[in-house]
Design a protein around this ligand. Structure first.
Ligand code: FUC
Length: 321
């Protein structure tokens, strides 16, 4: 195992390498995963996530490629919520609603707290009132790479007052390393998903049975427009398989939901090494609490009380067969 720190323009890039041919790079800009190199069934290594070669491109482009998303991943309806009888107005950045925290963590410089031979630990102080959210939040995000080809992301957060928290990672995966993901095979361990309105705000939970949302058995993604939160049935979240390369990815989490986004709104752009990205170039499996939970007493609570420690872990485990 080896960890190295390099420069990335005005930022840093941390390189984690294991003994199994896997390399992951992460920048302190947004605690963003910048690349994940994984061997295929013949040992050929390819980068399986979208991203950019410079911090400027991360700052100029939309899409949250690889970033740590906070303070609240996904949407909050009407850019408002009430907590302890007080109404908080937060930054609206998708029409009238808030997406991924408003201004968000993806543009913030994280502190590199420590590095070990198989991990890097970042921290961020999110001041009281940022994007309108109450209380100061201290966030820690740890990225660990094992010899089991597992990228483990651990979150910890503590606040000095009651607030809401929903943290995730926004990697865009393409296990072929190129082309589109519509023929990737996907399994999502969920027998229900959250139906949404025209602004992608959840309305109600619906069974996947007999619908195009049923991914309980592995099958090709096929349709370009998935952008829905699934209600997970256990720690196994999802599995993705790409036939040509034989690459596989398993997602494990302790979160109650996962946003499956098929990348249907990714606009054409230039990415790493001159690559061209566009619609459905990659898919996201963003483990999280449910969208708009601060306004939905029927959803698992995202409230973090003053002084309590929020902890959560998600693993992306790679293999080839
Ligand atoms: C996902 C989606 C959104 C958005 C964003 C870039 O989280 O839910 O629709 O396009 O990614």
């Amino acid at each position: 195992m080896m960890t190295m720190k390099e420069s990335f323009g005005d930022y840093s890039l941390i390189r984690l390498e294991n003994h199994k041919g896997m390399t992951v790079t992460i920048t302190d800009l947004g605690a963003t995963v910048q690349s994940i190199f994984v061997p295929d069934r013949d040992g050929n290594v390819a980068d399986v996530i979208l991203g950019y070669d410079t911090p400027e491109e991360y700052l100029e482009n939309d899409g949250y490629f690889g970033a740590c998303i906070g303070r609240y991943a996904n949407r909050i309806k009407g850019a408002r919520f009430s907590l302890n009888g007080v109404e908080y107005k937060i930054t609206a950045n998708e029409g009238k609603n808030t997406l991924h925290g408003g201004t968000g963590y993806q543009v913030r410089r994280f502190n590199i707290d420590s590095m070990g031979e198989d991990y890097v630990l970042f921290s961020l102080t999110d001041p009281d009132g940022t994007d309108g959210f109450p209380a100061k939040l201290e966030v820690k995000v740890k990225y660990e790479l094992t010899d089991g080809n597992e990228l483990k992301i651990s979150y910890e957060a503590v606040s000095d007052g009651d607030t809401v928290v929903n943290l995730t990672n926004h990697c865009y995966f393409n296990l072929a390393g190129q082309g589109n993901i519509l023929s990737h095979e996907l399994m999502i361990n969920a027998d229900s998903y959250l139906e949404v309105d025209s602004e992608l705000i959840p309305t109600k939970a619906c069974f996947v049975e007999g619908t195009e949302f049923d991914f309980r058995k592995p099958r090709e993604v096929e349709k370009p427009y998935y952008d829905h939160c699934y209600v997970l049935m256990g720690e196994l979240c999802a599995e993705v398989y790409e036939r040509q390369s034989g690459r596989k990815m398993k997602v494990i989490t302790d979160m109650p939901g996962v946003q499956f986004y098929a990348g249907g709104t990714t606009s054409d752009r230039r990415g790493k090494n001159g690559a061209r990205y566009g619609k459905n170039s990659a898919l996201c499996l963003e483990t999280q609490f449910f969208p708009d939970a601060p306004n939905r007493p029927d959803f698992p609570s995202t409230v973090l009380k003053a002084g309590e420690v929020f902890k959560s872990t998600t693993s992306y485990i790679f293999s080839a067969e």
